[in-house]
Design a protein around this ligand. Structure first.
Ligand code: ADP
Length: 500
């Protein structure tokens, strides 16, 4: 057991949780990994060990899938009405609300994000997601279908839960991603094995305790911490899992598709992005500048929809570049628990090396750093300066590849032809999100039509609601999260036809 360094600013409940032994939730019991192994979870603000967590591997995945299968086939969950599932989900949301501060602290310590952000975004959003999705539990129905061919038949569809679901989530919004995944699966009546990211397993493990307290039947939610190549891969390949839902990198998304092919399990993927922020000459520049800065720097750029390519019309480019640079310089980088911090460390040493590696590659390729670009030396944490590049070329790695850090590439455009601007904005493998900044309504909506991305924001960026479908075109994914659309990830249609 490694020595765990706790921060004296943490509240008592958080300190008590972090000091506990962290196990796996299987069939309503907290159990050690079958191998007995644990792995260290790091505090990204210091690089020291924050907790030791049981390390799930194939055998634990087998146990969890068995529990989820039993709960799906023969447990009380299957017989519950949507209204009963809804009540459990609202109870969970209420419990989460009662422990909001504790979850915000856990999230800040584990992921590195500012406590103030976790308090107003991650945790309240997770609560809202459970409540919104709980509402769907009573509204998932089929339709009666009028016949086209001659004959005296009655046909209707039923929507039934997809079955045992494997869910694999990333580290950028650990609790919120758990809510995005668990909410619709539970509303639909599925049972779940959730594999959380190895960098940030803690808030989901604490959520597991609240799931028990709320009274979900045994085996309905199983939570495993462990590495992707072992536990994640075993879950994606498991022959008794009916559906796998994944959020993470496009590279791993492709591995998930291959692993899922063994039993042709259903797959939904929410993957990477390289989203454009497009500022027209007629935009409200006073709003567009902080908007474009927040599009990339919110959550340290660790958002799949981060506005990492900034295009501004040449008539306003200098002002926009100067403004975004000034915003970047204002950002105070420091530990998440420090109240004066605007931006915490990136999540891990690996991510730190990846982001700084991209910055070095941009410089090598001849792009110009306008601000940032340096590592911030602070207590051994993984801090990177908010960075703005210009003078880039469309083929550069920093323009094409997802960096997943606080790094934006800014370029002017001098075109009035919206189709050409659309082609430039669409020129990546990805198609997750885009934002358009203009006061011209017609231009805004025409651009929304031209952009090949699952979300287009007009005069805003990073705006979410549980009711809004979210997901990607092209290599940004398959299927949609949220809204009514996500339910199709977790339901099967059954067509029933009766001769009358
Ligand atoms: P990132 O690059 O942002 O860390 P990843 O796509 O690597 O994102 O990870 C997202 C999630 O996918 C994590 O829970 C991780 O453990 C898991 N994962 C990584 N590799 C695999 C894999 N080969 N099979 C299944 N899950 C994986």
């Amino acid at each position: 057991m490694a020595t765990v360094a706790l921060d004296s600013r943490l509240s008592r409940p958080t300190a008590a949780f972090l000091s506990r032994t962290h196990k796996l939730l299987i069939d309503n019991e907290w159990v050690s990994a079958a191998s007995g192994k644990t792995f260290p979870v790091y505090n990204p603000a210091t690089g020291t060990v924050l907790a030791d967590v049981a390390e799930a591997d194939k055998e634990d995945v087998n146990r969890a899938v068995r529990a989820a299968r039993r709960a799906f086939d023969s447990g009380p969950w299957r017989r519950m009405t949507g209204a009963q599932r809804n009540r459990l989900m609202w109870k969970l949301a209420d419990l989460l609300e009662q422990h909001l501060e504790e979850f915000a602290e856990i999230e800040s310590m584990d992921n590195g994000k500012p406590l103030a952000v976790a308090r107003v975004a991650d945790v309240p959003f997770a609560i809202e997601w459970f409540r919104y999705m709980g509402g769907w539990a009573t509204k998932i129905g089929g339709t009666t279908i009028p016949w086209s061919a001659p004959g005296d038949f009655l046909s209707y569809t039923l929507r039934e839960p997809a079955g045992v679901v494997g869910q694999i989530i990333p580290w950028n919004f650990p609790l919120l991603m758990a809510a995005w995944k668990l909410g619709p699966a539970l509303a639909a009546g599925c049972t779940v094995v959730l594999k959380v990211a190895e960098q940030t397993p803690l808030s989901a493990l604490r959520l597991g305790e609240l799931i028990q307290e709320a009274g979900f039947p045994a085996g309905v939610v199983n939570i495993l911490a462990g590495y992707g190549e072992t536990a994640g891969a075993a879950l994606a390949a498991h022959p008794d899992v009916d559906k796998v839902a994944f959020t993470g990198s496009t590279e791993v998304g492709k591995l998930i598709v291959q692993a899922a092919s063994g039993n042709l399990k259903r797959v939904s993927l929410e993957l990477g992005g390289k989203s454009p922020t497009i500022v027209f000459g007629d935009a409200d520049i006073e709003r567009a500048i902080p908007g474009a800065a927040s599009a990339i720097f919110f959550n340290h750029g660790q958002c799949c929809c981060a506005g990492s390519r900034l295009y501004a019309h040449k008539s306003v480019f200098d002002r926009v570049l100067e403004g975004v640079t000034a915003e970047a310089k204002k950002i105070r980088v420091g530990p998440g628990l420090d109240p004066s911090t605007d931006m915490g460390p990136v999540v891990s040493d690996e991510q730190y090396r990846r982001v700084t590696g991209y910055i070095e590659s941009g410089v090598r390729d001849g792009a110009q750093i306008v601000t940032g670009g340096r590592k911030v030396d602070q207590n051994g944490g993984y801090f990177v300066e908010p960075t703005v590049f210009t003078n880039t070329q469309p083929t550069m790695k920093i323009v094409q590849e997802e960096i997943f850090g606080p790094v934006v590439c800014a370029e002017p455009f001098d075109d009035a032809d919206l189709e050409r601007i659309g082609r430039q904005a669409n020129d990546t493998l990805y198609g997750l999100a885009a934002s358009v900044w203009t006061k011209d309504l017609s231009k805004a909506h025409k651009m929304a039509g031209l952009l090949r991305s699952g979300t287009v924001w007009i005069n805003c960026h990073n705006v979410f609601d549980p009711s809004l479908p979210f997901g990607g075109y092209k290599q940004s994914g398959w299927g949609r999260e949220n809204g009514a659309e996500v339910l199709s990830n977790y339901t099967e249609f059954k067509t029933v036809t009766a001769r009358l």
